[in-house]
Design a protein around this ligand. Structure first.
Ligand SMILES: *Cc1c(COP(=O)(O)O)cnc(C)c1O
Length: 370
C-alpha cells in the first residue's frame, strides 16, 4: 500500500556537502563561518536588520520575552490556536498568557479580541501565522502602537509567507522561526530570532549570551543572568544549503496546496485562506470539515485515513483547554475550528499520485461520516 507521510524534509547533495565541509573544516578559527553566513543570509531573505540563530524556536521566543523584562503578574496576549511552544516561555518566566480568540476566516488572532484584552498588566502581544496563514498585521501594529506594546510574530509556520510585500516575521519588534524537521526548511532542530528594533535586539543578544555584553571587553564577565540556546555551526551548514533552496521549498508547498484545492473544489470543505495582497506559504494544507462533523466523527475520520497509510493530523487544540490552564469558553471560533480541522500531508517529495490518493480517500471518508 502507498504510504503518505505528514511531513519530511528534503535533503539533497548540497546539504550533505556543506555539512561535510563544516565537520571537516569548521573548527578553530572557522568555527562560526556557517553560523555567520546563515544568520546573514537569513536576515537578507527576511529583509530584517538583526538576526540570531538559536537551537529552537522555543528558545528564540524565550530570549525575546526575557529581553522585554517579562516578570510575574505581567500578561502576554496570545491566540488560543497555536502550538504550545508559543506559550510555554511566557509561563516559564512566571507571567500569564491571556488567550484570545482567532478569526473565523484566517484562523489567526483576532485584532478586536486583542484590543479588548489589553489591561495595565499587558506587557506584549504574540501573534502566530498559523499553518502559513497571515495575521492581520496592519490592525495588530495599529493597536500595538496605540497602546505602546511590543509585538512578537511567531512565524515558525510561515517561512516564505508575505504580508503586503513584507516577509512574515519581519514586521513586529521580534520574529521567531523554527527549523524543526517538520517545518518548511530544517536544520534538524533549530530556530532564528529576527528583529528590527536595535535596542531590543541588543538586549536579546546579551541575554542569549549568558548575560555577557559584547561592549564590555572582559572575558567571562556577566552583567546579568541570561540564557543559552545557540545553534551549532554544523546545523547552520544545513541551514545555509536549505536557504539557498528556499524558493523551491516554498514553491513546492504552494504547488501541493493548489493541487489539493483544485481536487477538493467540489467537496464541502474549506482550506487555508490567502489574505488579499498576501502570499501564503501553506506550511500545512488544512481542511475544515463540514459543520456536521463532531470531534468524535473527526477523530474516527482521522483513524480511517491512518488505516489507509495516510498521515493526516488533527488541528491544534485551543491551548487554554490543556489541564494546566483554564478553558476560555468565550473563544468560540477556536473551539469550533479545532473540532473540524485536519492537516493534510505536504512533504517535498510528494507527487501528484500521492495527492490523488489522499484526495480520493478524503472524499470517500467525508461521504461516509457526514
Ligand atoms: C514548531 C512551532 C514552534 C516551536 O518550534 P521549535 O523549533 O520546535 O521550538 C513554535 N511555534 C509554532 C507556531 C510552531 O509551529
Amino acid at each position: 500500500m502507498r504510504k503518505v507521510l505528514a511531513a519530511k524534509p528534503s535533503i539533497t547533495d548540497r546539504e550533505i556537502e556543506y555539512v561535510n565541509d563544516a565537520i571537516r573544516h569548521g573548527w578553530g578559527e572557522h568555527c562560526y563561518e556557517y553560523l555567520n553566513r546563515f544568520e546573514n543570509e537569513f536576515k537578507a531573505y527576511q529583509d530584517s536588520p538583526y538576526g540570531l540563530a538559536t537551537s529552537s524556536c522555543t528558545g528564540a521566543l524565550h530570549i525575546a520575552l526575557a529581553s522585554l523584562g517579562l516578570e510575574a503578574l505581567d500578561e502576554v496576549i496570545v491566540p488560543d490556536i497555536t502550538w504550545i511552544a508559543s506559550i510555554s516561555p511566557i509561563v516559564q518566566l512566571g507571567a500569564t498568557p491571556i488567550f484570545v480568540d482567532v478569526e473565523e476566516t484566517s484562523w489567526c488572532i483576532d485584532p478586536k479580541s486583542v484590543e479588548a484584552a489589553i489591561t495595565p498588566q499587558t506587557k506584549a502581544i504574540i501573534v502566530v501565522h498559523v499553518y502559513g496563514n497571515l495575521v492581520d498585521m496592519a490592525e495588530i501594529m495599529r493597536i500595538a502602537k496605540k497602546h505602546n506594546l511590543p509585538v512578537i510574530e511567531d512565524a515558525a509556520e510561515a517561512l516564505g509567507s508575505e504580508y503586503k510585500g513584507k516577509k512574515a516575521g519581519s514586521i513586529g519588534d521580534f520574529g521567531v522561526f523554527s527549523f524543526h524537521g517538520t517545518k518548511t526548511m530544517t536544520t534538524g532542530e533549530g530556530g532564528m530570532l529576527v528583529s528590527n528594533n536595535k535596542a531590543l535586539f541588543d538586549q536579546a543578544s546579551i541575554i542569549a549570551n549568558h548575560g555577557r555584553d559584547p561592549a564590555v571587553p572582559k572575558l567571562f564577565w556577566c552583567e546579568q543572568v541570561g540564557l543559552k540556546y545557540k545553534m551549532s555551526n554544523l546545523q547552520a551548514a544545513i541551514g545555509v544549503a536549505q536557504l539557498e533552496r528556499i524558493d523551491e521549498l516554498v514553491d513546492n508547498k504552494r504547488w501541493i496546496f493548489e493541487h489539493y484545492k483544485e481536487y477538493l473544489r467540489h467537496a464541502d470543505t474549506r482550506m487555508n485562506p490567502e489574505r488579499e495582497g498576501c502570499k501564503n506559504s501553506y506550511w500545512m494544507p488544512t481542511i475544515i470539515l463540514p459543520a456536521s462533523f463532531t470531534l468524535e466523527k473527526r477523530d474516527a475520520f482521522i483513524q480511517a485515513m491512518l488505516s489507509k497509510n495516510i498521515q493526516v493530523r488533527p488541528f491544534f487544540y485551543p491551548v487554554s483547554s490543556f489541564p494546566m490552564f483554564s478553558p476560555v469558553l468565550d473563544n468560540k471560533v477556536s473551539l469550533s475550528l479545532y473540532q473540524r480541522g485536519i492537516n493534510l500531508p505536504s512533504y517535498f517529495d510528494m507527487d501528484e499520485l500521492d495527492i490523488e490518493y489522499v484526495v480520493s480517500h478524503l472524499k470517500e471518508q467525508i461521504s461516509v461520516f457526514r
